[in-house]
Design a protein around this ligand. Structure first.
Ligand SMILES: [Zn+2]
Length: 348
């Protein structure tokens, strides 16, 4: 299957009432782990690259590796997404390279740290939507500011400082026409999300439900949604690592989100933990080894296991063959004639 529009993936997920994991990649082994998990569970999937990943691997390597994945697994609907674009130009360059979806994170300034004003966020996101939709490309926006820092991106804090205001979310969706919207409900990027198992005082699922009720056609996105399971932390610490104990977003809370309009769930940290734990174990137990394949193979297998588990938990498993790819040209037409509008006033 050619790379598909993320919009198509998310529309199908909404029809089927499930969520789709969006997994971050920096290298070939991570892409292989995701695709093997997708094959194993028969899942549609989103592979995403951040600016940090594009800088680490160089754009073209990532693009061609993901393209190779779409050729090797023709039965898997696969969207290629830019995670946390920081400017119009970053999004434009990803679209010109061949990404089928971009995130314009206008919640922060171009420095990726300083919170933006609502008007500035509106303005830059609207420009990206106009440019992207003319080319049949999906856009995710962000309103409110997530906590934490990852890959040098983020405002820091606990995630409770700039929660999404539902009235602003409605205005933002109406004025920008984004396909998907990341909202701030108390989650953070990175491994250190919560200092205990989160409850409603720090993870605002009620806010998510209120926003979904006002924006039924806009696909909601949960960022910072690794669950940071204790067993993955333990493997790292057992083999010489030094992680402080931490809590992520419990899977049952993500599932509650999926029952309430969440269609894209971003997961990165859990995969990083799985990879690092597997590598540490090999190097600790067999210090005489020096062939990278000796530790990259178990690392890839450990990530595949986490991804396959999440695919089952998010409900996307078994849905790979529900539909055929709609061409980007058809999606482009849908934006042009208004049939793909998500604006609340256009909602029927
Ligand atoms: Zn994010």
């Amino acid at each position: 299957m050619p790379l598909v529009s993320m919009r198509q993936l998310l529309d199908e997920a909404a029809k089927g009432g499930y969520g789709v994991g969006a997994f971050n990649v920096n290298n070939m082994e991570q892409i292989q782990a995701i695709m093997e998990a997708a094959k194993e569970t028969q899942s549609p999937v989103i592979i995403q690259a951040s600016r940090g990943a594009r800088a680490f691997a160089q754009d073209r390597y990532l693009y061609h590796l993901i393209l190779a994945a779409s050729e090797l697994y023709p039965e898997i609907p696969l969207a290629m997404h830019l995670d946390h674009g920081n400017s119009f130009d970053t999004c434009k360059s990803a679209i010109e390279l061949g990404f089928t979806s971009v995130m314009m994170d206008g919640s922060l300034r171009e420095d990726g740290k300083t919170p933006n004003t609502f008007e500035e966020n509106l303005d830059v996101t609207r420009r990206v939507v106009d440019f992207a939709h003319e080319r049949g490309i999906t856009v995710e926006g962000e309103i409110g500011v997530l906590g934490g820092v990852e890959d040098g991106h983020g405002a820091g804090g606990t995630g409770l400082e700039h929660l999404t205001n539902p009235d602003q979310a409605v205005e933002f969706a109406e004025k920008t026409g984004v396909d998907a919207l990341a909202i701030a409900i108390g989650t953070s990027h990175g491994a250190y999300k919560f200092s205990k198992k989160p409850d409603g005082s720090v993870l605002k699922m009620d806010l998510l439900i209120a926003i979904h009720n006002r924006l039924p056609k806009t696909h909601l996105v949960m960022h910072g949604s690794s669950s940071v399971p204790k067993d993955l932390q333990d493997v790292i610490n057992q083999y010489g690592g030094k992680l402080k104990q931490t809590w992520g977003v419990p899977v049952e809370e993500i599932q509650l989100g999926i029952r309430n309009g969440v269609r894209k769930v971003n997961v990165d940290t859990d995969n990083r933990l799985a990879i690092t734990g597997a590598i540490r174990k090999v190097l600790w137990e067999t210090p005489e080894k020096f062939d990278p394949r000796d530790y990259l193979k178990p690392a890839r297998a450990a990530m595949q296991k986490v991804v396959a588990t999440r695919m089952t938990q998010f409900g996307q498993a078994g849905h790979a063959s529900d539909y055929a790819a709609v061409s980007i040209a058809q999606i482009q037409q849908g934006y042009k004639d208004g049939t793909l509008s998500t604006r609340p006033k256009a909602a029927k």
